[in-house]
Ligand binder design. Sequence first.
Ligand code: ADP
Ligand code: ZN
Length: 741
Amino acid sequence: MVDSGTSSDPAAKSADNGRVRVLLPLALPGPLDYRVEGAVPAPGSFVRVPLGPRERIGVVWDALHDGGSAVAPEKLKSVIAVLDAPPMLAVTRRFVDWIARYTVSAPGAVLRMAMSVPAALEPETPITAYVAETGWCAPEGFRMTERRAQVLRFLAAGPPRTAADIRAETGAAAAVVAGLRDAGAVRAVALAPPSRFAPPDLAPTRLPLSPDQERAAARLRDQVARGDYSATVLDGVTGSGKTEVYFEAIAEALARGRQILVLLPEIVLSAQWLDRFESRFGAAPALWHSELGPAVRRHTWRAVAERGARVVVGARSALFLPFADLGLIVVDEEHDTSYKQEEGVFYNARDMAVLRGHLGGIPVLLVSATPSLETVVNVERGRYGRVHFPDRIGHAMLPEVTLVDLRQSPPERGRWLAPPLDAAVRETLAASEQVLLFLNRRGYAPLTLCRACGHRLQCPNCSAWLVEHRATDRLDCHHCGFALRLPPACPNCAVEGTWAACGPGVERVAEEVARYFPDARLRIMASDTMGGPAAARELITAVAEHRIDVLIGTQVIAKGHHFPLLTLVGVIDADLGLTGGDLRAAERTHQLLTQVSGRAGRGDRPGRVLLQTFMPEHPVMTALARGTRDEFLETEKRERERARMPPYGRLAAVIVSGPQQSEVDASARALGRVRPVGDGIEVLGPAPAAMSLLRGRHRRRFLVKAERGFDIQGAIRGWLALVRPGKGVRVQVDIDPMSFL
Ligand code: ADP
Ligand code: ZN
């Protein structure tokens, strides 16, 4: 998509008689009008404007059809300045507008995500360098010392050099250079700071592809070359070479000078992916995630806008970077729930990536071994293409999956590994191979109760139990960060020494492994025990180099990692995600356990997986044991279709929350009275949310169900406009909700 960058295009006109519309990154209903003196800035320009007593930075927005506000021009405040920053392209502005409409959010709230680095709107501090002045003649009284002459020879020979360069080469101190400058012999010039991003190598070393891979790669290269919108699902078992294939698409886009965005769900844990990228393309990509420091954020944002960063690998927020010429989007692990943002603007980055591809006219690749049902159905409806990779690369086979029926072979008292898993761990360690034990629960125990009175330790701010973490000797709320030292006496009955830890978390499994397999070198991997990216990389390397025998972890170990000697995966509680009545509980459990299982047997030695379950006849368990993913999806589809649930119907949640329960209830009731009724839409609620208290806010929920073609956003927007929420009450809309808490 080309942005004309001028205001001559009538559809993109933003100004009328010296008036512009400016969208501010605030939750206002729309852009505000400002007056401009002199040249009218083109749409997309970043401008500084007054708002109340403050100054704000906003973006000149397009005047589309509504004709702007009726405020008389002389009453308008004036734009203060136009910033010296690359303007926001039309495609990004349409993206912001579209997401605001789709998610029922204020456009400014979406803009805020696209302006997350305000500092980047100011030019970077230039670097001062020096060049020799040509044709300079030494003035009266100038003493040409040997040092000075040396500096002049050095500068005459080449490009501008910084004082540090000059010193390194000639030994001349800054004062020598200053003397030359005062005499007019050298001149200072401002240079843009160097890019941190080396250009990728376009003559890379690549693996010879298998015939399946080659066919897929040819198709993707072709799509990139055509440069139109398309959405293609790369669907293939773990280890089938999908990543290698989309690297080919990236190479094609690079060869065409375009930029590439790759979304990964756990960027901080992606050391292996990054190493692979670097060895393929000879340069590291630009990273975008929440742990970057401000200077790197600023540099990266600017480099993306100015094309210095060619490939960006990021979390969902990377979608909002100011790409100058995006030519390909890859969404790896497209089914992953971490793509859903559930605060502020509720959006699914996977879906918004497809939208971005649409708006920008570029191909989008959705990659997964377990595509979401939405994606599978989009393929069936012909909206997405599909490339299938049926087998693992080389000789690697998919692991054999066995169910351990916990009713028939329960663990010994006080243990969590049932005898079959215990035996398998023993055999694996004896063969000098590695074990992964998976339990999707952080900490030591999910619940602590008093044996004397039954009192349970609960978070004061949330409807949630406190989770014991022995490593840090605390009880934590996993929702709000509340933490507590375990009190000696029960606060309810005042009896001392009665606490009982109920159920296992990864720390408790680690305790068991340490006790029963004392020689095994074990480590825990969970989001709270990782430390930063460097520590995560260290741990992953240690596993890959076989300095660890047993790895115990939560879902952070499920994805992507390639450990050739890992031959046993044991799932401590395969049923964990199935409870709770969530629409996608079965689908998600199947995805997660497939991912975890996929860590086994990726090298030359065959792998096996033991799933401990109380429900061996559950469709998820039988599908995993038999490897019948497609049959499982068929059953899921039929059930969703019968219930008119997504993707066969539409859902939205409306969450009413606030610090005062009475206000929340009053607002929820008021909304309930004017709920939309009619054909094609049904509003359930208000009901207390499953998390009826979260971070100190009481929560009530509506669930909106609509038919597939129904304008659910329009109905909700109209509905919410009818009620003014009570004091401190917030009303949030979650279109296509993934979580029902
Ligand atoms: P997926 O993305 O489907 O999990 P990968 O692309 O990561 O699969 O490939 C799995 C493993 O096989 C990786 O270690 C990768 O380096 C290797 N691999 C992929 N393609 C080839 C190939 N054509 N030849 C040899 N090894 C390959
Ligand atoms: Zn809490």
